[in-house]
Design a protein around this ligand. Sequence first.
Ligand SMILES: C[S@@+](CC[C@H](N)C(=O)[O-])C[C@H]1O[C@@H](n2cnc3c(N)ncnc32)[C@H](O)[C@@H]1O
Length: 635
Amino acid sequence: MGRRAQNKQGVPLPLDQEKRTGKVTEKLNKQLRNNIVKNSKPGKSTRKSLEDKGSSGGSKRKREKETDNSIAITKSRKSSAVLKTKKDLFEDSDLDQGTGGPESGWDNMEMASEDGEDSDISMGSYEGTSDSDEDEDDSKELAARSSDFLFDKDEVNSHSDSSDEDSAEEDSTEEEEEEGEEEEEEFGELGDIEKKSRKLEKLQKLEATLAEEEQRDMIERNEQEEDFFEFTLPTEEDLAREAESPPDLNVVQQRIQDVVHVLNSFSQLRESNRSRSEYMNQLTRDMAFYYGYSEFLLEKLMQLFPVSEAIEFFEANEVPRPVTIRTNTLKTRRRDLAQALINRGVNLDVIGKWSKVGLTIYDSPVPIGATPEYMAGHYMIQAASSFLPVMALSPQPHERVLDMSSAPGGKTTHCAALMRNTGVIFANDANKEREKALVANIHRLGVSNAVVCNYDGREFPKVMGGFDRVLLDAPCSGTGVISKDASVKVNKTEQDFNMLTHLQKELILSAIDSVDANSKTGGYIVYSTCSVTVDEDESVVDYALRKRPNVKLVDTGLDFGREGFSKFRGKAFHPSLSLTRRFFAHTHNMDGFYVAKFKKLSNKITSPSGENGSTEARSTGGEPKPKKSKKKRSD
Ligand SMILES: C[S@@+](CC[C@H](N)C(=O)[O-])C[C@H]1O[C@@H](n2cnc3c(N)ncnc32)[C@H](O)[C@@H]1O
């Protein structure tokens, strides 16, 4: 558990709270707009003072009040003409009801965000709330407001009276009054529909103007903020002093934010005598401390993302993923299972459009691993990400399938369900202890087409071959499941990674050699890990492509997930690596996962130089083992 999670004296704010781009900015814009609509009066600044922000951790955000006020006043005045007209439009039509002041503006925003997340899950999108969803919500709200406004005739008619009474309205320009008179005349002449559509058009124009105005204001505000932002990296002495006193997470958190800010606008905000690597070193040190990782692992994981995204990644690892279950279609249908669980008071929803068998469990009055339905084998408690390799493998009825590292059997039993208990699955694992759970699950779920075996996967081609499909859900470091097992943060050394990747490379060649390229229905291999490191993912797959030119990567068939790296930190992989898929907690709300799918083209191993190898793999069963490549490789 990281210090961030351990800290009991007040939880620091999420580090991305001050993000200046993307959705947060958009939300901020919305809030600003709300505040301005509610509060804007000529001469009153609606902007939050920058001085409100913390200045610990070596940063200073100064503001020259006079300059700022004058800008604020000018801006506020500039907006007021527009706002006033908008106010006219809304004032007497009850449109303000329920929107409250600036604080409730924040409240509304938070609620909208939560709703977005909920509907995200219930609608099955794992891509997060899209901007267009938010836009759609906004436009619905606007349409609702507009239609209230347009169709409440009495309110519209009383509008001019009440505006006369409003002293602030007396300041309105003559043009505005003239426009109002003209409007009344026109209203007398034009039909209802035309009148309404003109009003709506006007409303839309005002909205657009307001949005533009606030966008400009936001940009200007950010620029000013940067002008007054100062951050100095702590010296060795500062750090030594800091180390002597009890750790203050708030100081570290603030420094992380500041360093990220500097790195994002490096040429503008850096100290001239400091290099990027000095900032990166401080960031690594602080983040490792803050989230409780070894510096070695933190650095490795940091390399996967731009710095701001890395923070989202580490934050997501502090939050548990939703509990998910997979319906065992050998015994029941998802609809019936959901109904049975709902009858027990379980609060659930479908997992997403991408799966027809998954359910997300929000809460349950009974342990979800002890219901009668669980005991009867109607479902498997399984992470959403674990569905993916089996979906990619797509085993067919009557095929011969090998699950090379199968315990405790989540994927074996899924394969059996897709094969409708026909054909045969060899459920292998090198660990006999873990196979107890595999056997128990096979029995509980009613799988009758599995043969459990206990070989080192590297030896499998010597035992048998000729499979239509092979799944290698490889042993890995588990960097994708840190939210479940936080010990990974500190217990994986460089040596562990070296040993693991070596094993993974041997296993992947074995998996390839176990498949029959001439299979009428298959000839596929899926490689997956619950780790996000390139060493265990793309590097292993690229190695396999080089060592076995008789396979090629194909589309995984998964219609979401991020493309695998085809180059990484100066290292070029085969371009087809982009066909592989990466999944992350912070982007897909599921455990970190990697999936690659190969098609075997020939049972002959062609040497990397393009010559035909003299041997065939054991892929058709019984053939000699492929000769070892004489060429020495660095990996
Ligand atoms: C990620 S887990 C597999 C999870 C499993 N596929 C499931 O869905 O339930 C990796 C497995 O690889 C097994 N393993 C480790 N080394 C192995 C080897 N040399 N050959 C075969 N299996 C191995 C481990 O015992 C572990 O059960």
